[in-house]
Ligand binder design. Structure first.
Ligand code: KG4
Ligand code: ZN
Length: 371
C-alpha cells in the first residue's frame, strides 16, 4: 500500500500485455454490472462476459434514482453478477490479470459497494487493482473496437454528466465544455416526468417525439452561438413546462409535439456546442482522429443523426459505440482497466471512493461540482 496521504496511483511494470484479461465492476448509479474483457493481440478488446442488472423497477415508483435504494440493490446483487461474469468467461479470479472497479464519480453508497468488492477480489486473488474513473470508462469505450487512435473529441452525455472533452490519451483529458445546470439526460428525464411519461424519461421522450411536430412550439436554444462550449438546459426545461401549462390539459398529440419540439431544441444546442468544442479542440490540441458520442443519451437516434451530420460536415469519422456500451456497463470499466494496466497505471488498495472526480484535474475545484 502507498504511504498515507499518497494518491494511491502508481506505475507498475507490466509483462503480460498479450494475455490481459480484466474483470470490471460498475456500481456508481442505478446499474449493477460486472464484465470480463480480454485484450486481443491486435489491440482490440473482446468482451468475454457482460452482466448488467438494471434497477429501473426499484426506482420507477419514485420517478428517479433513490441513492439508498440503489446502494442496497448493488449490495444484494453484485457478488452474484461477478460470479456469473466469471462463469460465463469460463474463468476463476486467479485467471484474471487485474480487477477494475469504478471508484467514482457517482452515488457514494453505490461506489463503495463496487469498489470494496473489487478490492476484496484483487486482494484475495493477488491481482493488480485498478480504481477506474467512471467517466474514463465512457470516454475510452469507443476504443474497445481497436480502431480509434488518440486524440479525439468526445461528447459525454448521460443522466449525471454533460461534457465536451478532448481525449488526448489514457488519463489525459481537457474539458472543453460542461453543463452549468442540468445534464442532458437529466433534462430529458425531468421533462418526461413533467409530461407524465414513464421513467427513465429519455427513451420515453424520444419514443413520444417520434409522431410529434418539432416546430409547433418555439422553444429556446440556450447558449446557442456563445463562444464557450458550455451547456445550460434548465431554461429549456422551464420553457417546455410553461408551454405545456399554457395548453393544459394535454392531449397525446400535445405531448408528442412538446417532446418533438424539446428534442429538436436539444439537438440544435448539441450541434452548436460541438461546433465550438471542435474549434477549441483544434486550437488546443490540433487535428482530431474522430468524434465520439458516449453515455446513455448517445442511445438517442436524433442526437446520433445530428452528430453524424456534424462529423460529415467537419470531415471527421463519427464513432458511436453500440448502445450496450453507451449506457452504464461493466465492460467499459474492464476496458478502461486494461488501458491503464497495459500502461502500468495500477492502484493500491488505499484508493478512495470519489463521489466527485473530474477527468480533467484542472477543473477539480470547478463551479458547480458536476464532475
Ligand atoms: O450513462 P447512463 O446509463 O447513466 C448515467 O451515468 O447517467 O445514462 C442514463 C441517462 C438517463 O438520463 C436516460 O434518460 C438517458 O441517459 N437516455 C436517453 C435515451 N436513453 C437513455 N436520453 C435521451 N434519449 C434516449 N433514447
Ligand atoms: Zn454513466
Amino acid at each position: 500500500m502507498a504511504a498515507p496521504g499518497a494518491t494511491g496511483r502508481r506505475r507498475a511494470t507490466v509483462l503480460f500485455e498479450r494475455t490481459m484479461r480484466v474483470l470490471g465492476i460498475e456500481t456508481t448509479c442505478d446499474e449493477t454490472a460486472a464484465a470480463v474483457v480480454r485484450l486481443r493481440p491486435d489491440g482490440a478488446g473482446e468482451i468475454l462476459a457482460d452482466e448488467v442488472m438494471s434497477q429501473i423497477a426499484a426506482h420507477s415508483p419514485y420517478g428517479g434514482v433513490v441513492p439508498e435504494i440503489a446502494a442496497r440493490a448493488h449490495v444484494e446483487i453484485v457478488d452474484a453478477l461477478v460470479v456469473r461474469a466469471l462463469r460465463r468467461a469460463d474463468m476463476r479470479a486467479r485467471d484474471l490479470d487485474g480487477v477494475a472497479a469504478a471508484a467514482g464519480p457517482g452515488l457514494i453508497g453505490g461506489v463503495l459497494v463496487g469498489l470494496m468488492t473489487g478490492k476484496g477480489i484483487a486482494l484475495a486473488a493477488g491481482k493488480p487493482f485498478l480504481a477506474v474513473n467512471h467517466l474514463e470508462g465512457h470516454a475510452l469505450a469507443a476504443r474497445l473496437s481497436g480502431r480509434l487512435a488518440f486524440p479525439y473529441l468526445l461528447l459525454l452525455a448521460s443522466g449525471g454528466h454533460t461534457q465536451i472533452l478532448a481525449v488526448k490519451g489514457v488519463g489525459d483529458y481537457d474539458r472543453l465544455g460542461t453543463t452549468m445546470d442540468d445534464a442532458i439526460g437529466e433534462a430529458f428525464d425531468k421533462t418526461a416526468k413533467m409530461l407524465g411519461l414513464a421513467y427513465p424519461g429519455g427513451p420515453a421522450l424520444e419514443a413520444a417525439a417520434r409522431g410529434g411536430d418539432p416546430q409547433r412550439f418555439a422553444l429556446p436554444r440556450p447558449m446557442f452561438g456563445r463562444p464557450s462550449a458550455d451547456f445550460s438546459l434548465s431554461g429549456l426545461k422551464t420553457a417546455t413546462r410553461l408551454a405545456a401549462q399554457s395548453i393544459a390539459p394535454l392531449t397525446q398529440r400535445d405531448v408528442a409535439d412538446l417532446c418533438a419540439s424539446f428534442q429538436a431544441a436539444v439537438v440544435d444546442v448539441i450541434e452548436d456546442r460541438m461546433r465550438v468544442g471542435l474549434k477549441r479542440f483544434r486550437q488546443r490540441v490540433g487535428a482530431a482522429q474522430g468524434v465520439v458520442v458516449a453515455g446513455g443519451v448517445a442511445a438517442n437516434g436524433a442526437i446520433r443523426e445530428a452528430m453524424a451530420r456534424f462529423c460529415a460536415q467537419a470531415g471527421l469519422p463519427f464513432i458511436a459505440p453500440p448502445q450496450a456500451l453507451c449506457t452504464d456497463n461493466g465492460a467499459m470499466i474492464a476496458w478502461a482497466g486494461i488501458e491503464r494496466l497495459r500502461r502500468g497505471l495500477v492502484d493500491d488498495l488505499a484508493a478512495p471512493a470519489r463521489p466527485r472526480w473530474p477527468l480533467d484535474p484542472k477543473v477539480e475545484r470547478s463551479l458547480n461540482g458536476k464532475a
